[in-house]
Design a protein around this ligand. Structure first.
Ligand code: OOB
Length: 552
């Protein structure tokens, strides 16, 4: 059987054996990992946030208590559970409890709204949904009410904080039989530990099954490259569930190394630098737009952040001009990170030359990563030529969860993932990201699938057609621009007036679409330019805005 057609596509037995024999896959689970850390360095601080300072032993104990509570609720191995929390310590209790049970957390982002969350629940048939009561001016219980009004599968909403009519996280910690947790069967390390979210290129978001074996290996390799130790202190500024701050090496990598994770609730320098100075943070990670904010703040703020050794930047293109300023202005080393939730992560190395650190996006973290750069016909190109990046390896998935048709397009017959990125390889084997072939907008690290938003827009009664494209933006790097062909008022459609921008924004928000996916600009156009094969010519649309030949 074609492995891409499976519900959870996996590696062939031969390849899996090889990854085990070679020591990439260690055959351990996340539950065991935390238990081991708790036994050997129980008193070391594991997670810090504004309200908590938990040691490894406390985190381990809380994870056991929650596992016991989840058993009482009937959550079992293989069940899916949507987790949507801002950066707070309970996130790790929830994840490790689900890891221990063998249930699969779906890593929703705090910015997701009804459209995304309902889709995750229904598509994955999730049994439970974890939220915080409130976060940055938003009440997640109100969102949960909307989700619950429609869902056919979710039985439990569990709230960290004031639960109102839902289940309280704190109560759940004290309801189960903790002794029973110790006799739970250990999940198979080759089974999924979690479902990550894809940046997406299609109408429906894709879920990425990451196994205990593959994800733990990606932590180990990241920790080696980034030289994390039990003395490392990692400040998590980006949303914790995202693959970059979660695993590259991020928070889970820091816990793998036995270090301390500090969770920031705000990305602003004043808040983050206070943490850095107070906790003697050694490493953190940002997306490019935040780097600019931090660089500009340096003049005004006098926090001593000299303890910060490494600033990782990734998720979107970092310009060499900005890259150059990091060491002189912030006083720490830059590490560029080019990764993807599907697997492959590239890092510049800490001892690379300035030339490499400033001008490339790094090289694969593992010798077992296989990469190739190909033309439109999948033919391998000579070194130095820009082409499509394809990859496979011990921590790059073989297919998305429950997406057989899409998998046949997104993965080659020989198991390579088509990343959709256009890159070139330098003589020294480093990758430079030159562009993108996938139909996606990268809003400063936040990914928007064009088709998803176009599908919503064309359901508006006065929209005939819609095309979402990326346009250059000084702050975000890229912003999203929706081109709209309005439905002409004909005899049959007398009542239809051309829509206004604000109306379309409200329309999308009313559909429950996350804020960051709302187009930054709208441009009305009579008809779309077409390519020779009759597709919408997005390149030409982009040029219209960039040359400002159309009033925006
Ligand atoms: C990370 O993961 P995703 O899944 O949100 O997005 C992956 C895509 C890549 O395919 C590429 O198009 C873009 O984001 N990207 C970059 C980049 N890092 C990611 N484009 C240019 N330069 C970079 N440095 O974004 C992600 C996952 C793990 C580690 C780091 C980033």
């Amino acid at each position: 059987m074609d492995r891409r057609l499976k519900v959870v596509p996996d590696w062939s037995p031969e390849v899996a054996d090889h990854y085990r024999q070679a020591g990439y896959w260690q055959g351990i689970t996340f539950g065991q990992l935390l238990r081991e850390r708790a036994q050997h360095q129980g008193n070391q601080l594991a997670v810090i946030d504004v309200n908590h300072r938990w040691t490894y032993q406390q985190l381990d104990q809380l994870a056991d208590q929650l596992t016991a509570g989840l058993i009482e609720l009937g959550i079992e191995a293989g069940d899916r559970v949507v987790v949507q929390l801002p950066n707070q310590a309970e996130f790790f209790v929830i994840c490790f409890a689900l890891f221990r049970l063998g249930a699969w957390p779906i890593m929703a982002l705090p910015g997701h709204r009804q459209a995304e969350i309902s889709y995750f629940c229904e598509f994955s048939q999730a049994k439970a949904y974890f939220i915080a009561d409130k976060g940055v001016g938003f009440d997640y219980r109100a969102l949960a009410r909307k989700v619950m009004a429609k869902t056919t599968t979710v039985n439990h909403v569990i709230v960290v904080g004031e639960a109102e009519e839902f289940l309280s996280f704190n109560d759940l910690l004290n309801t189960g039989n903790v002794a029973a947790v110790h006799s739970l069967p250990e999940p198979d390390p080759s089974s999924p530990a979690l479902l990550q979210l894809s940046g997406g290129t299609t109408g429906a978001p894709k879920l990425i099954p990451r196994t205990h074996d593959d994800y733990i290996y990606s932590l180990k390799a990241s920790v080696d490259v980034c030289r994390l130790t039990s003395r490392s202190k990692y400040l998590c500024v980006l949303p914790v569930a995202h693959n970059f701050p979660l695993s590259s090496p991020g928070t889970l990598g820091t816990l793998y190394a036995g270090g301390t994770v500090i969770l920031a609730v705000d990305t602003q320098p004043d808040h983050c630098w206070r943490w850095i100075a107070q906790e003697q943070v050694t490493m953190t990670a940002l997306v490019p737009p935040l780097v600019n904010v931090w660089l500009h703040a340096r003049q005004q703020l006098s926090w001593d952040i000299s303890c910060l050794e490494v600033l990782q930047v990734g998720g979107a293109r970092l310009s060499p001009e900005v890259a150059k300023q990091i060491q002189p202005v912030l006083g720490c080393k830059l590490q560029q990170v080019f990764g993807m939730a599907e697997g492959l992560v590239n890092y510049t190395r800490l001892d690379d030359s300035d030339e490499v650190i400033i001008h490339t996006q790094g090289k694969p973290m593992s010798l077992a990563d296989e990469i190739r750069i190909v033309d439109d016909n999948d033919e391998v190109l000579p070194t130095g030529t820009v082409g499509h990046l394809q990859t496979r390896g011990p921590y790059t998935i073989q297919g998305y969860f429950k997406a057989p048709e899409h998998n046949q397009k997104a993965f080659t017959n020989d198991g390579y993932y088509r990343t959709g990125d256009r890159v070139r390889l330098t003589e020294q084997g480093y990758l430079v990201v030159e562009g993108r072939a996938k139909d996606q907008i990268n809003r400063g690290g936040e990914k928007v699938a064009a088709e998803e938003i176009e599908n919503y827009l064309i359901t508006h009664p006065s929209v005939q057609d819609a095309a979402l494209v990326a346009v250059a933006d000084d702050v975000l790097g890229e912003a999203s621009c929706a081109f709209i062909v309005a439905l002409e008022a004909t005899d049959d459609h007398q009542s239809i007036a051309p829509p206004k921008k604000i109306e379309l924004k409200r329309f999308l928000l009313a559909q429950g679409v996350a804020n960051y996916k709302i187009p930054d600009r709208f441009v009305f156009i009579k008809q779309f330019p077409k390519t020779p094969v009759g597709k919408v010519n997005k390149k030409q649309l982009r040029a219209l805005v960039e040359n400002e030949t159309t009033p925006v």
